[in-house]
Design a protein around this ligand. Structure first.
Ligand code: MTE
Ligand code: CO
Length: 431
């Protein structure tokens, strides 16, 4: 090859190293005040980095008997559920939040599923637990947990979202972290028996049009569910993500009410009573209500309507470098599958379609990503999803028009993250 043969131009790398802002020695110094992620600032010991040989490449590691039940790497200690202390009077009747900004894919690891208890976590011995089905049935039944497991099995992925997820954000931007604004959600694979099968075993009487489900925890929580839903896709679950339910999630039995508000998914399930329409008229149904500006309230808002959020960048995940970024997020709909997610970089003026990462399942979290080149200028990041029914995630102004500002439940509005020139990301309300 002669010396004047033009050289192949080097393909520009996706991650342009000269623009990395991490080391402080970044070209241009545009973003000198950048808040670094703690893990990166504390970055390691030089003796472990090339060309040196770290200890773990030299000495034997622990044997297979060291951890009969595995735990995450000690370097992932920040990836935990968190609670907001001032939100509730006690930790027993409270909630903690899933660290959704730290997760990939659409499955929530069992140890990170947010917890919402009204009377603390019940630790139940399965031998001492029974599930009763009674009321308007031919044969009232009392099941042991082992008997429940003998029925034909269902394995299905579903998200669970507390109706209060985002409830603090009705009036304006409140909590500066996606874990707190959107973390009352998890998505796991449930194994259990179809509620329809159990009700058929007891023999439904024709007048049975509601069920009342009751938990065995100290709050004895009850919720009413219309029979149509009970016979549709509800499960009595005993496993999540392949292992038995965690005590926090209702061990040994919980109700799964796909797509509907988390409050109905009664944990530590001990009783199902079948009732008739008179329950409804006597106001004996147990429910959450949604206050309207008029002072009236919606009595039954069961479906968790389509919602999405960008999980990174987010207040917990600042932008650490100019140039290529993967915007990551989650979308879900209690009405079915997610059909599309759009991302805006300018607060909703222009929208571009994000990439969905399958499997895209109904009533399940769906992972989306969007490739972005950040030029170091302020940006207003938003995501907006559409589900298979054609329903479009609303902005907060449209929700407030109908629901006012005193609501708590069912805030599925579009979230805005403001990216500042220093890479810091903040929860903001536009308009
Ligand atoms: N079931 C019982 N028995 N007791 C409870 O306090 N909380 C409900 C529901 N089921 C609750 C319950 C609420 S409000 C929600 S959002 C979900 O459980 C939370 O489920 P998780 O703790 O698995 O996230
Ligand atoms: Co709830």
């Amino acid at each position: 090859m002669s010396s004047d043969t033009p050289k192949e131009p080097r393909a520009p790398g996706l991650l342009d190293r000269r623009r990395l802002l991490l080391g402080g020695a970044a070209a241009g110094g545009v973003v000198s005040s950048l808040a670094l992620a703690p893990g990166l600032r504390a970055a390691g010991s030089p003796e472990n980095l090339p060309p040196n040989t770290p200890d773990w490449s030299v000495y034997l590691g622990e044997g297979v008997d060291a951890r009969p039940y595995g735990t995450p790497s000690e370097y992932e200690g920040d990836v935990v559920r968190r609670r907001v202390e001032w939100l509730t009077a006690t930790p027993e009747s409270s909630v903690n939040f899933t660290p959704i900004h730290e997760l990939d894919g659409f499955v929530t690891p069992n140890g990170l599923c947010f917890e919402r208890h009204h009377g603390g976590r019940a630790d139940i011995s399965p031998q001492d637990h029974r599930l009763m089905i009674h009321g308007l049935v031919e044969r009232p039944l009392l099941f042991t947990v082992d008997e429940i497991k003998r029925f034909p099995q269902e394995n299905r992925f579903y998200f669970l979202e507390c109706a209060a997820n985002g409830g603090m954000e009705w009036r304006g931007a409140q909590l500066n972290g996606v874990q707190y604004t959107h973390g009352m959600i998890h998505c796991v694979q449930y194994t259990g028996v179809s509620l329809r099968t159990l009700l058929a075993e007891a023999g439904l009487k024709p007048k049975g049009s509601w069920i009342l489900a009751e938990g065995a925890d100290s709050s004895g929580m009850t919720r009413s569910i219309p029979m149509e839903k009970a016979l549709d896709d509800c499960l009595v679950a005993y496993s999540m993500n392949g292992e038995r339910l965690r005590p926090e999630q209702g061990y040994p039995l919980r109700l799964v009410v796909p797509g509907w508000e988390g409050n109905m998914w009664v944990k530590w399930l001990r009783r199902i009573e079948v009732g008739d329409a008179a329950w409804y008229h006597r106001e004996e149904t147990s429910k959450y209500t949604d206050l309207l500006p008029s002072g009236d309230a919606y009595k039954f808002t069961w479906t968790m309507e389509a919602k999405s959020v960008i999980t990174s960048p987010s207040p917990e995940k600042p932008v650490t470098t100019e140039g290529f970024q993967v915007i990551k997020g989650l979308a879900w709909s209690g009405a079915g599958k997610i059909a599309r997610v759009d991302v805006s970089l300018d607060g909703g003026m222009n929208w571009q379609t994000a990439q969905l990462h399958g499997p895209v399942l109904p009533k399940c979290l769906t992972r989306f990503t969007f490739d972005w080149h950040w030029d170091g200028k302020p940006a207003l990041l938003q995501s907006r999803c559409v589900d298979e029914t054609g329903y479009v995630q609303p902005d907060i102004a449209s929700l407030q028009e109908v629901r006012g500002v005193n609501s708590i439940y069912h805030n599925n509005s579009i979230q805005t993250w403001q990216v500042n020139p220093d890479g810091v990301v903040e929860n903001v309300r536009l308009g």
